[in-house]
Design a protein around this ligand. Structure first.
Ligand SMILES: NC(=O)c1ccc[n+]([C@@H]2O[C@H](COP(=O)([O-])OP(=O)(O)OC[C@H]3O[C@@H](n4cnc5c(N)ncnc54)[C@H](O)[C@@H]3O)[C@@H](O)[C@H]2O)c1
Length: 288
């Protein structure tokens, strides 16, 4: 199936970046969030990113304008999904909210529209079975920030059709990304492995072994990691991180995935990382 027009649901940390990558590859994109200011904030971040690229002479002003011209921001769900070939969902990491949204989409979208979820840790199977089109349902797991990270996990469940899989693998390539295909299982490939590493760093802080800055610095200096576990958690969003490790813990039943206390306490305090300007570290208002 050919993809021409895409709707991205959620203009947050991931959604706005996904919309930008799709528009950069030439696709028409509707970017939908629940309130005007959230849509505007997402589009503002895309504008800022593109302005930086123009400044660094990575693209011309005309190219940047054309990319922005292909993105339409909106809050009306029916309008956002009208006549789209693919919906990429990047809303809150809550399985019940996601299932409700997909049920609604099932009603509003064309029968052949593909649904893709960017969930980090929820079950693709469970979401697919909440719709009447499980064969057209797939996971499309991007990495943060989507504009820079080249990998995408494409996740199939038992009833995903071969055509849907092939369409999505092809799309990833057209977006300049490298797809890794796997079956629906907690954490898919990358997060399942990384989760253990993140948690052990946070456990060391809880045990008073070392401070976040020292743990991050040691790893970066020793093994040339680009970021340490605390920097990465802050970038991802601590609420998203807590939801993700909690799901692994519940479903894989292994101690390595037990949420560290410092992560739970940060989320309770509303200190969610870069997006709230405070997490394990403090940030300037524009994320600097
Ligand atoms: N943050 C990451 O590093 C990361 C990486 C990979 C995958 N993910 C996944 O991507 C999804 C989004 O994560 P995020 O970090 O962008 O979250 P976020 O909180 O930054 O953004 C979510 C956005 O979705 C909006 N939203 C909520 N309900 C909506 C609805 N019904 N329709 C449209 N928009 C709605 C919210 O208003 C918010 O702006 C989650 O499933 C998360 O697990 C996150």
């Amino acid at each position: 199936m050919e993809i021409n027009k895409i709707c991205v649901l959620g203009a947050g940390v991931m959604g706005h970046g996904i919309a930008q990558v799709c528009a950069q590859a030439g696709y028409q994109v509707n970017l939908r969030d629940i309130r005007d200011e959230l849509v505007e904030s997402g589009i503002g971040k895309i504008r800022q990113f593109l302005a930086g690229s123009v400044e660094r002479q990575k693209m011309s002003q005309m190219e940047a304008d054309n990319i922005l011209g292909r993105i339409r921001g909106m809050t009306d769900l029916a309008e956002a999904v009208r006549d789209v070939d693919l919906v990429i969902e990047a809303i809150v990491e809550d399985i019940n909210v996601k299932k409700d949204v997909f049920r609604e989409l099932d009603r509003l979208c064309r029968e052949d529209t593909i649904f893709a979820s960017n969930t980090s840790a929820q079950s693709i199977t469970e979401m697919a079975m909440a719709t009447k089109r499980p064969q057209k349902f797939i996971g499309m797991h991007w990495f943060n920030p989507p504009q820079l990270m080249r990998g995408i996990e494409v996740i199939v469940h038992d009833r995903t059709s071969r055509e849907t899989l092939e369409t999505m693998v092809e799309l990833c390539k057209k977006l300049g990304r490298e797809p890794g295909v796997c079956k629906d299982s907690p954490g898919f490939i990358v997060n399942r492995l990384l989760q253990i590493w993140y948690n052990e760093g946070l456990n060391m802080f809880d045990e008073g072994v070392a401070e976040p800055r020292d743990i991050d610095t040691a790893l970066k200096a020793a093994y040339s990691f680009r970021m340490g576990p605390f920097e990465l958690r802050d970038m991802v969003g601590l609420d998203v991180a807590l939801a993700s490790t909690s799901t692994h813990y519940r479903e894989l039943m292994r101690e390595q995935f037990k949420p560290p206390r410092c992560l739970i306490m940060k989320v309770k305090a509303g200190e969610l990382g870069r997006k709230t300007e405070r997490g394990f570290y403090e940030y300037q208002p524009r994320g600097g």
